[in-house]
Design a protein around this ligand. Structure first.
Ligand SMILES: [Zn+2]
Length: 182
């Protein structure tokens, strides 16, 4: 795993808060979870780069450029979900259709999260319309870590335990991915 470069991308930031609910901003949750993931992946021996490390605005093109400019091996974007219904819940991992390695990575990350967390499994799904999945040139996934519009999940998302658990599950999934593809 040495020399593998992983770019991790906290969704939104700065003037783009992402989803908001009851004073919770998606951009802050994404950054917090990604910072935890950064430490865990580094501990596994990867070279890890975050697209942003503070509350700043980055366009989707900026994020893709950061990933594509270096010799990035995989790209992981971290988001939280929102819906008009407060009943919508669960976690899901998205990949670009036709990316075989993206699909493998999404599958192992999703399974790892479902194993570790007591939360609804929305599955891993091909999504053609997500910019950062479409235009990155390496296997890429976007993880939706739960719904901030669901009371139970927003209460989880603000705890250290849930943030640590989800970061650990994603990190374990990455480890699985490298076992699987070699
Ligand atoms: Zn988002």
């Amino acid at each position: 795993m040495k020399n593998k470069i992983i770019v991790i991308d906290p969704g939104h930031g700065g003037r783009d808060p992402g989803a908001t609910a009851d004073g919770i901003y998606e951009k802050d949750l994404n950054l917090n979870i990604t910072a935890r993931l950064f430490i865990l992946l580094k501990d596994l021996g990867f070279k890890v780069k975050m697209t942003r490390t503070d509350n700043r605005y980055l366009s989707l093109g900026d994020r893709v450029k950061i990933a594509n400019d270096v010799n990035t091996d995989i790209f992981i974007s971290i988001h939280c979900n929102a819906a008009s219904s407060n009943k919508a819940n669960g976690i899901e991992t998205l990949y670009y259709p036709g990316s075989d390695k993206g699909k493998i990575l999404a599958g192992v990350i999703q399974h790892s999260m479902i194993d570790k967390l007591n939360i609804t499994d929305r599955g891993f799904k091909a999504r053609p319309d997500l910019f950062v999945l479409k235009y990155t040139s390496m296997p890429a996934v976007l993880v939706e870590c739960g719904f901030i519009t669901n009371l139970e999940e927003s209460e989880l998302l603000i705890t250290d335990k849930y943030r640590n658990d989800i970061a650990a599950a994603i990190s374990d999934g990455v480890g699985e991915y490298y076992k699987k593809i070699k």
